[in-house]
Design a protein around this ligand. Structure first.
Ligand code: NAD
Length: 508
């Protein structure tokens, strides 16, 4: 395996990648043209590490969204009319170009989001894998089912729904954008992408790659801007048939209301407060590694993070002691440093929110375990923390903190573990650790979540359904589930000419 690049090497690659974003405002991509806003409005994009200005970004409004939606609508008939094999070739070219530019993507993403380079390198490659997976699936996207009866042959086929809006959050913007846009394009949809305003840069690199790969003008559009203005206009636009949204649960509610008058089809991947349950019969060393990884990787800014540890009484003290050692050893620093395990959080507003939970935890009576390192409250660096002696009613157990903060809650029986796990408004993912096969099945059956990993960290297999229950989402994507969202299913019933037809009104 190649050794990771040094901090200086990463800085040099990042500087090259960032240069164009600092010299002129990041543009929208509308019908194949890179354009500013008609209003000339821009917003500032700052580095989470040190607050320096990375550059300005065009702030789109209803005018840009309208132009992009019209461009996507115009391009739709050509794109949907192409063969699946044609789309497959273009999507594979996108994947090739992502791999070619993986270092640039990883370093720019790392600087723009504060996510450690150790995770961003693989995020760029995973983005390419998303395109390859859906490229290969494109020729079969139209396939439906045969449902013959004695009198009729019923068969279904699918066709892309039309131009769609994709709205993404700031936590892992590159990976999430590819996860949404690749299946949309493979299905035959055209896209208007509204990236998150706190991390807009990798979306532009993806747009450049799309153009270089031969994606026709209008098939892939990008409009930057605030959620309340550009995002809202996209969700309300009558030419946009569906919205694939990843973000906060509260924003999902707003989008549902905004999309109501145009009857938008919606797919939501929202927040989580995911339980990891460790039973007394588990391989506790492996469980410890997975618990630590699943809350402290990606700065804890991860929808599937295991933010609530439910641990059996008999191993609770051992676990808390080990967690204490691990959390104090975590390496917090420059996201471009290959040794860094936790970088700065995305934005001062978010850092303050995450920090505020330490005071809440103390107030609620939990024990706060973290290193003595102090980070200036003016910076976005926060001290990773374990909240021990917690109960499930506390805010630290119920609210999505979306940072490097783990809440530990003891339990004494399997039934209690399931009850605690389900006592939350969220239902995205659950993790459980046990060596008892029967228990693994019983608990999996009873957890009210969309995805469960048994004796495993979060390992994605692209054909499997991804999504959550309750306030964690509406719908599933992944594999064919994505095509069901981005396509309309049409049934055709052809008679064998044998079924009776009543002769109403016939002369007697
Ligand atoms: P957010 O909801 O604030 O913003 C997400 C996107 O929505 C941004 O592009 C924003 O501009 C846009 N937006 C905001 N208001 C809008 C409106 N009224 N209409 C249309 N668009 C609007 O979320 P965030 O803070 O960027 O991201 C963090 C959240 O995302 C967390 O809750 C996290 O759990 C969630 N998330 C979920 C998944 C998942 O797969 N379930 C994955 C990653 C992140």
């Amino acid at each position: 395996m190649m050794s990771p690049r040094t901090l200086d090497e990463n800085r040099a690659i990042a500087a090259q990648g960032l240069a164009k974003f600092s010299s002129e405002p990041v543009s929208h991509l509308v019908s194949g043209q890179w354009v500013g806003s008609r209003s000339n409005a821009v917003f500032d994009n700052f580095s989470p590490s040190d607050g320096r200005l990375l550059g300005k970004v065009a702030a789109g409004d209803a005018h840009e969204v309208d132009a992009a939606a019209k461009g996507a609508s115009y391009a739709f008939e050509d794109w949907v009319g192409r063969s699946g094999n044609d789309r497959k070739k273009i999507l594979h070219r996108i994947a090739d170009l992502i791999v070619e530019r993986a270092d640039e993507i990883a370093t720019v993403e790392s600087v723009d989001t504060g996510q450690p380079i150790r995770f961003m390198s693989s995020a760029a490659i995973r983005g390419a894998e998303n395109f390859r997976y859906f490229a290969d699936a494109a020729p079969g996207a139209l396939d439906g089912n045969a449902m013959p009866t004695e009198s009729h042959l019923n068969f279904s086929t699918r066709r892309a729904i039309g131009p769609v809006g994709v709205i993404t959050p700031w936590n892992t913007p590159f990976m999430l954008s590819t996860w949404k846009i690749a299946p949309a394009l493979a299905a035959g949809c055209t896209v208007v992408h509204k990236p998150a305003e706190w991390s807009p840069l990798s979306a532009s690199i993806l747009g450049e790659i799309a153009q270089d790969a031969g994606v026709p003008a209008g098939v892939w559009n990008i409009v930057h801007g605030s959620g309340e203005v550009a995002g809202r206009a996209l969700t309300e636009h009558p030419l946009i048939r569906a919205i694939a949204f990843v973000g906060e649960s509260a924003t999902g509610s707003l989008i549902q209301a905004q999309g109501a008058s145009t009857l938008k089809r919606l797919h939501f991947e929202l927040g989580g407060k995911n339980p990891v349950i460790v039973f007394e019969d588990a391989d506790i060393e492996r469980a410890l590694d997975a618990v630590v990884f699943m809350i402290f990787s990606l700065n804890g800014e991860r929808c599937t993070s295991s933010s609530r540890l439910l641990v059996h009484d008999s191993i609770h003290d051992w676990f808390v002691e080990k967690l204490g050692q691990r959390v104090k050893n975590l390496c917090v620093g420059d996201p471009l440093d290959p040794d860094t395990e936790i970088g700065p959080l995305i934005h001062e507003v978010h850092s303050q929110k995450v920090r505020s939970y330490v005071a809440k935890a103390i107030e609620e009576g939990a024990k706060v375990i973290r290193s003595d390192d102090e980070y200036s409250p003016d910076s976005n660096f926060v001290n990773p923390v374990v909240f021990a002696n917690a109960n499930n009613k506390m805010a630290i157990s119920q609210e999505e903190i979306f940072g490097p903060a783990l809440t530990v809650i003891p339990f004494s029986s399997e039934a209690e573990a399931i009850q605690l796990a389900n006592q939350t408004d969220y239902g995205l993912a659950g993790y459980l650790w046990t060596s008892d096969v029967g228990r693994a099945h019983r608990v999996s059956k009873d957890l009210d979540v969309g995805m469960i990993w048994v004796n495993s960290q979060n390992v994605r297999h692209l054909p499997t359904p991804f999504g959550g229950t309750k306030r964690s989402g509406v719908g599933r994507d992944g594999g064919d589930y994505s095509f069901d969202f981005y396509m309309e299913t049409k049934n055709v019933a052809i008679a064998y000419d044998a079924h009776p037809i009543s002769k109403l009104g016939a002369v007697k």
